[in-house]
Design a protein around this ligand. Structure first.
Ligand SMILES: [Zn+2]
Length: 318
């Protein structure tokens, strides 16, 4: 049997067909128009999955289940997209619509939860039962796996670690509140922090690289690695924000491993080690409890797809 994974984004929808152990057999994506309705999304996704199967000469009847990772609040039990700011849908019965076009079971969950689940089933946390994944990108996505199961909360509205407040009356967040973890630890936040430092220290290497290379996330890292005090300060503060948000999650869940994904994780060991050092200094029982393991997520660009495949394979047992 094979499984279909679907990763729904704001501009496009990625799909793949994969084996039970997460080997991708074929994948592709299609662009979506703005204001796509739930019925259109289901119809286009189902026909794209069928066309993938056809092109790879895989019989459509071999598809045992379809898993979908969707941004926003997703009620997996009801099969409904409750609210998605990203794809502008509310109370959308996506599973019911999909079932008009396919005969196999369809499972849906929030994309960050699905990505964490995929890492636990196929990726950097394979074989581990308790995992926290934080994705540092445009926003901060968090996924939590406890005892091998995804934490989704009532109505799918839980596991939003990115919106835990780490500073009262702090920076404004995209969610409307202030001081959220996301407002300090996203890649967007790092750019803002770099921008401010470049203005404050116009003679620094950081300011020079910022002017030469534009607003890109590697600038503060490059400046810090070169020993520039302004760059060092930006990265030290940023690492502190990331570790502070993670410490809250670690204190509640004490996972086997904390995984860091998203664009920032491409900074590799340089960044991961700093976060690990800081995190292990500030978690509850530091120095007495076992060290918290911190690693880069492994599935990279396929995290969403393979998470969706894991969801399809495990079905109702997530
Ligand atoms: Zn927020």
């Amino acid at each position: 049997m094979i499984y279909a994974g679907v990763d729904v984004g704001g501009m496009s929808i990625k799909c793949c067909l994969a084996t039970e152990d997460g080997q991708i057999l074929t994948k592709g994506s299609f662009k979506t128009k703005e204001g796509l309705t739930c019925a259109e999304m289901a119809e286009q996704t189902a026909s794209f999955v069928k066309s993938l199967a056809e092109k790879a000469s895989l019989p459509e009847s071999d598809i045992a289940a379809i898993g979908m990772g969707i941004p926003g609040t997703v009620d997996g039990k009801k099969g409904v997209i409750v609210y998605s700011n990203n794809i502008r849908l509310e109370h959308a019965p996506i599973v019911k619509e999909m079932k008009k076009h396919v005969s196999c079971p369809v499972f849906v969950e929030n994309d960050a939860n699905v990505a964490a689940f995929g890492e636990a089933v196929f990726g950097a946390a394979k074989g581990l039962s308790d995992v926290v994944l934080v994705t540092l990108g445009t926003g901060v996505g968090t996924g939590i796996v406890v005892n091998g199961k995804m934490i989704t909360g009532k109505g799918g509205a839980g596991a939003e670690g990115g919106h835990v407040v780490i500073r009262l009356n702090g920076e404004p967040c995209t969610c409307g509140n202030r001081g959220c973890f996301e407002a300090y630890a996203s890649a967007t936040a790092l750019l803002r922090q770099t921008d401010r430092m470049a203005l404050r220290r116009p003679d620094s290497l950081l300011a020079r690289l910022w002017a030469e290379q534009g607003r890109v996330g590697n600038v503060p890292f490059d400046a810090a690695k070169a020993g520039d005090p302004a760059g060092v300060k930006v990265i030290r503060d940023y690492v502190n924000y990331v570790a502070t948000g993670l410490a809250g999650m670690v204190n509640i869940f004490r996972p086997d491993v904390v995984l860091i994904g998203g664009g920032i994780s491409n900074q590799g060991d340089y960044f991961i080690k700093k976060v690990s050092r800081r995190l292990n200094r500030i978690v509850y029982g530091a120095g007495l409890n076992p060290r918290v393991k911190v690693k880069a997520a492994a599935l990279k660009n396929d995290a969403g797809l393979l998470g969706a495949v894991a969801l399809a394979v495990k079905g109702e047992n997530v």
